[in-house]
Design a binder for this molecule. Structure first.
Ligand SMILES: *[C@@H]1O[C@H](CO)[C@@H](O)[C@H](O)[C@H]1NC(C)=O
Ligand SMILES: *[C@@H]1O[C@H](CO)[C@@H](O)[C@H](O)[C@H]1NC(C)=O
Ligand SMILES: *[C@@H]1O[C@H](CO)[C@@H](O)[C@H](O)[C@H]1NC(C)=O
Length: 157
């Protein structure tokens, strides 16, 4: 009896999730933020926030008045190559599809400083832009070991 009730409840929950047109994405705009990303519902305002963050690093971010549907975005920026490569920032959030976020070019001051997009994905589906905190530990250790290596080289050089 209880199992049946549970099944019906789950079914109702599932159907109402499917019916809801709102999209939820992980949102964070700095390395610090991305340790504890928020979940946000996509609106013109939250997608605008992402455009604003993209504008820090990219040139010619188009100003979109509003969208009727949204996507989730995740970008991770690194600096340097090989063993010196380190994560410098991440942007996760709701995005206006017409910003074509992954086609934007880095501003010259970042590009000439060795910045790269390690990855850039646009996806549709709730939380499809993955929790950045889940992969945080490995980049944390990368930063930790590179900083230690730097300190040691400084000490013994
Ligand atoms: C989003 O940004 C566009 C373009 O800058 C602006 O026209 C619009 O009013 C903003 N919408 C919201 C909800 O902030
Ligand atoms: C955006 O809004 C401005 C002012 O509200 C309007 O002049 C412009 O044509 C709009 N742009 C688009 C692409 O709809
Ligand atoms: C977002 O902007 C679009 C285009 O300007 C508009 O059609 C839509 O109603 C807006 N959405 C909300 C929730 O304000």
């Amino acid at each position: 009896m209880y199992k049946k009730v549970l099944c019906v409840c789950l079914l109702i929950a599932f159907v109402s999730v499917q019916l809801a047109t709102s999209l939820t994405c992980y949102h964070c705009t700095t390395e610090q933020d991305c340790k504890k990303p928020q979940l946000v519902t996509c609106t013109n305002a939250t997608a605008n926030e992402t455009s604003y963050s993209l504008g820090y690093y990219h040139q010619n971010v188009p100003a979109i008045n509003g969208s009727t549907r949204f996507d989730c975005l995740r970008i991770r920026y690194t600096q340097g190559t090989g063993s010196k490569k380190q994560v410098v920032n991440q942007i996760h959030g709701c995005v206006h599809p017409n910003v074509y976020a992954c086609s934007l070019s880095l501003k010259p001051e970042y590009a000439s400083n060795g910045w790269n997009k390690e990855y850039c994905n646009i996806c549709s589906g709730d939380k499809c832009n993955k929790n950045p905190a889940a992969t945080y530990s490995s980049s944390f250790y990368t930063i930790l070991t590179t900083s230690l290596a730097l300190i040691l080289t400084k000490l013994y050089a």
